[in-house]
Design a protein around this ligand. Structure first.
Ligand SMILES: NC(=O)c1ccc[n+]([C@@H]2O[C@H](COP(=O)([O-])OP(=O)(O)OC[C@H]3O[C@@H](n4cnc5c(N)ncnc54)[C@H](OP(=O)(O)O)[C@@H]3O)[C@@H](O)[C@H]2O)c1
Length: 336
């Protein structure tokens, strides 16, 4: 089988190598991957920006869907032919995260090597079933970006009908956040740097949109749009470059789900946060139980992931380059 391997950091140096097919231990399942999806983290991992001291060689990517081709002697949950996806943090099944489970995230070092290969072995507990109504490519978008948006809004945020949600930009996490917010009957204000993408966000149900390049003080615009109240939840994917304005956009006592670090310039002033009793909550993807809850909700509400573009397996580096440009809307997938 073939695998993408980081021998040296840099997308252009990502190597396609031959490896022996994995064979399962007693509690393991071997899956043959058919689809993968990219997260911004994968670009950072391959470029050496996620953890410059990461041991090499390593295989990138956390999100894949495939078919079970072989099961170990003690496996009870799966049989050959089942469609499955590995969970992001391989030992986080339920409850809050802890130091042990956060170390089991796929695709950020050789200890829990990534899934950008044609076949991999997983503990039988570290997989979930793919919903019948989704294609493999659609399902491959869910284990990281969608689950992070779900955790940020539903688990940590306690999202409810009538709440107002602010999403930043139109990448994978933000588009899922918009879809989840609409599913719960919330109002959504979405930002983007592109008027064309703002049109697509409106088509997906955004109630109000703001071009953050035309309105660099987009927090003031959010306040105008909410009658000076502010939003209940911010899905904060920008990081230090957007955090101050995200805090300014939240209502008193509002919730900011701290998810990303796309924009590293800027200073964060804590005064506005504590003076307005803002709840800043760091989010680390989510557990298997959260993923299963989300899959049921998506199924019942017929939520379909938004796929911008699909690349072939051999064009993995091209897909990562495309993600780096930020021109995508929603998710980028790779298919066999
Ligand atoms: N904490 C976690 O568990 C977790 C999980 C998943 C992702 N993340 C992080 O969340 C972030 C988003 O990940 P992703 O995979 O969704 O990324 P992505 O798909 O690459 O998102 C890219 C988009 O973000 C928008 N963006 C960039 N800079 C922005 C800014 N200053 N203000 C507003 N929008 C901006 C742009 O949208 P427009 O083109 O529309 O302007 C861009 O197209 C990353 O930092 C990632 O590492 C964290």
């Amino acid at each position: 089988m073939r695998a993408f391997q980081i021998n040296e950091f840099g997308i252009e140096r990502l190597a396609l190598v031959e490896r022996p097919d994995p064979s399962p231990a007693a509690n393991e399942v071997v899956i043959r991957s058919d689809a993968w999806s990219l997260n911004y983290r994968d670009v950072m991992v391959v470029e050496g920006l996620y953890n410059p001291r990461m041991k090499l060689p390593a295989t990138p990517l956390s999100d894949t869907v495939g078919e079970v081709v072989e099961v170990g002697a003690a496996v009870k949950r799966w049989k050959p032919g089942d469609r499955v996806m590995p969970i992001f943090a391989q030992r986080w099944f339920d409850g809050p995260p802890n130091a042990e489970v956060v170390r089991t995230a796929l695709g950020a070092g050789p200890q829990w090597d990534g899934v950008f290969c044609e076949a991999s072995a997983f503990d039988e507990q570290a997989l979930v079933a793919v919903p019948e109504n989704l294609t493999n490519a659609e399902a491959a978008t869910l284990p990281c970006a969608a689950l992070t948006a779900w955790n940020g809004l539903v688990v940590s945020g306690g999202l409810k009908a009538g709440d107002t949600v602010l999403t930043l930009g139109s990448g994978g996490v933000s588009v899922f956040a918009l879809q989840i917010a609409k599913m719960f009957g919330a109002k959504v204000i979405s930002t983007s740097s592109s008027d064309e993408k703002l049109g697509k966000l409106k088509d997906l149900g955004a109630d109000e949109v703001i071009n953050y390049l035309e309105h660099p003080q987009w927090d003031a615009r959010v306040m105008e749009l909410t009658g000076k109240r502010g939003v209940d939840h911010v899905v904060e994917v920008g990081g230090s470059g957007t955090l101050s304005r995200s805090v300014n956009s939240a209502r008193i006592g509002g919730h900011v789900a701290m998810i990303g670090a796309l924009e590293t310039s800027g200073d964060f002033d804590p005064v506005r946060a504590f003076m307005r009793s803002i709840r800043l909550q760091g989010i680390f993807v989510g557990s298997r139980a959260m993923l299963e809850d989300m899959l049921r909700a998506f199924d019942a509400n017929e939520v379909r992931p938004v796929i911008d573009r699909a690349f072939g397996f051999e064009d993995g580096p091209g897909a990562l380059e495309y993600m780096r440009t930020g021109s995508h809307f929603g998710k980028i997938v790779i298919e066999h």
